[in-house]
Design a protein. Structure first.
Length: 395
């Protein structure tokens, strides 16, 4: 399986190693679609003839499922080509999200096939038809299982290589088809051995599995369209990339906007020492933004936050605040710490990052608790706290 996949990729995908290039991703999509169309049309013909021969509704339904899979591959082909279109005046971020919409259409077709099979199976439970068991039909179905398993692994590998939701959706559909066909073989074997017709019941189970697979595909493809949290791995990659530059003390408030696979725009706050000339820090920021586009393919916008790095009194106060916050909840963090010191009062100003399970009442109580604890350390201190959430997944 692996060698066949690599053979097809090397034979039909020009510059297949350069998966970050949009044109190469499109070639992968075209290959996936054409292989899917050919395989599913062959499977449709084989299963339809077998189903008619043994008079099995589950086999014939499975055959038309393969026909819909061929249609899905055609839709995937069109979607990949449309997603390749470059940015224009009305769509300055490109057309990459069309790929997500295409994957959602594929999910809808999967659900529709499952629902049609559900209705047909219910009818055959109450009005069963006689089956004809034949070893040849079982052999043909076994071959279709192997074909679907290969097609699923083929699309999964390509989908992960180029980060394509359409290919991953097609892979999940193929794996579901392999399970469905396995259940169909079970009904034929049971009839052949015990002469018990469970075709309708098996079709019912298969239909539910198909619909569940469709709903899962739809859920996964809708998330980037709705707006999902930043993946922890991506979060780590971008923050590490920014913080590796000399002159950057730290970073926070990373937000990533997805405009399609390999098409992202991000913003982040970078902390710089407040005693460094602003033009020097600005030059560093500009360099990071240029390098992010060249090396990561991300349009990165950086907000510059000057922070105190030399004043020991400010640093001691910051450390004290961190210790008090850590005692309350290890999931809490803070940034943008500033201190405004007067003769009788010290204002400690900072942003507090809390988990999303904190209600408004919990946030208000937490701010009061923090202010009270810090005031116990130094009665001159007064806190000005802004509560916010992280955009990182799981935070």
């Amino acid at each position: 399986m692996k060698s066949m996949t690599e053979f097809l990729v090397r034979r039909f995908v020009k510059e297949y190693e350069k998966t970050e290039i949009a044109e190469v991703r499109t070639r992968y999509g075209v290959l996936s679609s054409m292989v899917g169309i050919c395989c599913n049309l062959l499977l449709f013909a084989a299963k339809l003839l077998t189903g008619m021969f043994v008079r099995s509704i589950s086999i014939m339904a499975d055959a038309f499922n393969n026909l819909s899979d061929a249609a899905s591959s055609i839709i995937g082909f069109v979607g990949v080509k449309l997603a390749e279109k470059p940015a224009d005046e009305k769509h300055p971020f490109g057309h990459g999200r069309i790929e997500y919409i295409t994957a959602f259409i594929v999910a809808f077709l999967v659900i529709q096939v499952g629902f049609s099979l559900f209705k047909t199976s219910v009818g055959h439970i109450f009005h069963p038809e006689e089956l004809t068991f034949h070893p040849v039909s079982v052999g043909i179905l076994l071959l279709t299982i192997l074909a679907k398993l290969w097609l699923g692994l083929f699309n999964r590998k390509l989908g992960r290589r180029v980060n394509s939701s359409v290919m991953l959706a097609t892979a999940a559909d193929s794996m579901g088809d392999a399970v469905a066909t396995s259940a169909t073989i079970l009904s034929l074997v049971v009839f052949g051995i015990w002469h018990i017709n469970i075709d309708g019941f098996v079709g019912l189970i298969v239909s539910v599995l198909v619909m569940i697979a469709g709903f899962n595909i739809a859920k996964e493809t809708l998330e980037p369209l709705i707006g999902q949290a930043v993946d922890p791995e991506v979060y780590g990659q971008i923050t590490e990339f920014v913080e590796k530059y000399d002159g950057i003390v730290g970073s926070h408030d990373l937000i990533v906007h997805n405009y399609g696979p390999s098409r992202s725009m991000a913003s982040i706050h970078a902390e710089v020492p407040n005693n460094v000339d602003i033009e020097v820090s600005h030059e560093i920021i500009d360099k990071i933004e240029r390098d992010a586009m060249q090396e990561m393919g991300i349009l990165l916008t950086i907000h510059m936050d000057p922070i105190e790095t030399k004043n020991e009194h400010v640093r001691a106060m910051q450390q004290m605040v961190g210790q008090e916050i850590g005692k309350m909840d290890s999931r809490l963090s803070f940034h943008d710490f500033r201190m405004v010191e007067g003769t009788k009062r010290i204002n400690l100003i900072f942003d507090l990052v809390v988990p999303r399970d904190y209600t408004r009442q919990m946030q208000d109580a937490l701010k009061q608790q923090i202010c009270q604890k810090i005031k116990e350390q130094d009665e001159r201190c007064s806190c000005v706290i802004t509560v916010e959430h992280s955009f990182r997944e799981g935070a």
